[in-house]
Design a protein around this ligand. Structure first.
Ligand code: BT5
Length: 267
């Protein structure tokens, strides 16, 4: 399977498909940036409004969590950042990246029928080809006036487009489904899902939390949590707390609330 030369993202075509009022009302599509999160942060500092969305065809320095990088080749995937500057997130801010992962899951399912699962906190995984592999990741970064939520979704990337070291852990919708997917349809659906879930999160957060817990494959599994510069934690993933923390029951029966880290599913 090879990647195809896909139609470039067009502002007009995305706008025609958008059903949102806030998210994407100000939409910027760039050919190349270093990181859409960085560009969105700067636009926020320059006065851009809540819900501004920055999309790029490719990123030269796509960011992952904890200083890691996000492989971002051109014209095949989606890389976008959403500016959140809204007082109503005060009590649910920690849920924003989890909600974004849920929005990716919803929109992928609506557009393609593919059923993905979520790996806590914000990885979107697919196992259609028999192995569980990551198709999307979310990076939330705080800004002076709120937050930027960055989403990277591998859409039409072929196996050969991934660096060798990612081929066993990463995948794309093209690889999972066996056919390419229209990125503009997906982008518009994703922003629709973000707007819908955001509205629910700020008014009835328990609904989003329930949908997330149902979609989260990390729960009810033995897991190891790799923590930056600390000994890894192992335990049984019991639930997700109301602030988004993963509640882990360790061998001595204690419940640990984990707020950041990399999860390895043990079985
Ligand atoms: C993430 O980090 O999963 C967050 C990725 C967020 C990317 C978006 S793109 C738009 C916006 N602008 C940005 O600059 N970033 C956001 P993390 O959980 O740390 O995962 C990073 C790790 O995933 C890397 O260390 C690799 O092992 C792996 N990886 C890198 N690129 C990948 C890709 N395209 N697909 C799947 N896995 C990848």
């Amino acid at each position: 399977m090879t990647s195809h030369d896909h139609a470039p993202l067009s502002l007009e075509s995305v706008r025609q498909r958008l059903t949102t009022h806030t998210f994407g009302a100000h939409l910027v599509i760039e050919d190349q940036v270093d990181s859409t999160n960085r560009v969105a942060t700067i636009l926020g500092q320059q006065g851009a409004s809540h819900g501004t969305v920055v999309v790029a065809e490719r990123q030269t320095h796509g960011r992952g969590r904890l200083g890691r990088s996000w492989v971002s080749p051109g014209r095949m995937n989606l890389y976008l950042s959403i500016l959140i500057q809204d007082a109503s997130i005060r009590n649910v801010g920690t849920w924003l990246p989890l909600m974004a992962a849920l929005a990716v899951r919803r929109s992928v399912n609506e557009v393609t029928g593919l059923m993905t699962t979520l790996k806590w906190p914000n990885d979107v995984m697919s196992s259609r080809t028999g192995t569980v592999r990551k198709v999307a990741g979310v990076l939330a970064e705080s800004t002076d006036r709120g937050m930027v939520i960055g989403i990277g979704l591998n859409v039409n990337m072929a196996l050969a487009d991934f660096p060798d070291d990612l081929r066993s852990t990463a995948s794309s919708l093209l690889i999972e489904l066996g056919h390419p997917v229209d990125r503009m349809v997906l982008l518009a659906k994703m922003l629709g899902a973000v707007e819908d879930l955001y509205e629910t999160l700020t008014h009835q957060p328990q609904q989003v939390m329930t949908e997330y817990r149902d979609a989260c494959d990390t729960l009810r599994k033995r897991v190891r949590i790799e923590l930056a510069a600390q000994t890894p934690l192992e335990g049984y993933a019991e639930t997700i707390a109301n602030d988004g923390a993963l509640c882990l029951k360790t061998a001595d029966g204690q419940i640990c609330e984990v707020r950041a880290g990399d999860v390895v599913h043990l079985r």
